[in-house]
Ligand binder design. Sequence first.
Ligand SMILES: [Zn+2]
Length: 497
Amino acid sequence: MAKATTTIQQTLTYQPHHGDWLAANQALFNRVASFYFDVIQAHCNVLDHPNKEALTILELLTHTTQRNSNPVMPLSDIAEDIPAYFRRAAIHAALGSAHSFHSHLEKWKQRKEKAIAKGKTFHVRPPVPPRAWNKSVTLYQGMWKDRTDNSIMIKVWTGTCWSWINVRITGRELPLDAELGSPQLIRKGTQWWLHTPVEKQFQNPGKIEKQVTTNLETKICAVDLNISENIAVCTVQTVEGTILATKFIKGGDEISGFRKRQLGRIARNRRKTSIIAKGEQDNIALWKMIRQVDEQCAHRISARIVQFAKQHEASILVFEHLGNLRPAKGMYSRRGNTKRAYWMRGRIFTYAKYKAYNTGIVTSRVSPRNTSRECAYCHNLIARYNAGKPAEGYTPGAPLAACGACGMKGNADRNASLVIGQRLIERYHPKEKPQALRRVSKDTGVIVSQDAKNKKEPSIPSVRHADSNEHGTAQDVVFRMDEHASDIPTQLRLFNE
Ligand SMILES: [Zn+2]
């Protein structure tokens, strides 16, 4: 069985002064979390232990008891009478941030070393520990009680003492058959919400490797994400190679146009005020709108991807690894827009992954190398061009693709999507790469053919000699064809030359 977690969000209704208490409660929670972050920084090896042990170590370092009368960094220095479960929730929040910070720092160090080893200068700044703390309070057991469908008692810090308050709950009901996690108090604007993680059990979808190797009918939904009008192009194919369905999810131009207009407005506002106060966010409403639209769009598109996969009974979802941002040149609005479009792609992947998982579909990623340059039918290099132009050359981002080798013509993004799906299949059913496929030089986009490079005879010399030799060799050809059924198109082509 597998588990999936969703969050049930409910609004809270309470007396007006309880709002202040909830705020004081959260402020205290963050003071305690920040304190524990400092304790962890001072005792970094705590992070080498699993969370449960780390918790014990941190309590030993900070919590005064009869047995432990002189802790190294007493928590009582910053606050007295913290309930044990409030403290533990704060410790877990601090551990989460510390793990994240240290893994970022570790990656940064590795990148720096790598750059220095290569003799390059390294300008990327190191990650910094959190400057401000804005964690939501997690209510462990003991901090809440008497939960019904429409009310809950919670224990909060009022600013002067600990007190139980009764708050009303409205909104989505909790599912009956699910396992509840610890609820969280979330502030959205001036309103407080209760978020409850809910765990659902379902039949494990099974490892990708097993699905792909044991059943040729397994359906794979491959997704090509773009920053153009076709935000996502999805195709469903079976492991054996039958293409079953295609879907274009459009709307990229609209979202990008909207975003660009807002960024333009921000740029103009900034020009007017000319100085932006340090540490102060400008154009708050505009930024908020951009964020919300991006977020909503990522949710909508990921939901449509998963819906399409489900509709065609795909059990695997595959994306390509998203490459690094290629910074755009030009105006602020253009640069900012491309950057956000890239972020949104990442978010679509993340959301699709968990949405898929919740419906029993597993997600994988494949190498993005040349996915848009390779023909989905014969794996030769394709031409990519704009409508009305000759089908030759490679214009990045152009909508049409044509393959000189097998005559395939069609949409370039759909072709890329098919290639992405095949990459996953090939991971478990490896086939020989046709000789014609080779490296594309990064800087020039010029194809570096290995044939041209080493001037060796290309593949399968026996086929070439079939004319001059006797039928012994011809039989050999037939035998070889049976053996590598997947290579037939390549061989036939050579045979006709
Ligand atoms: Zn082709």
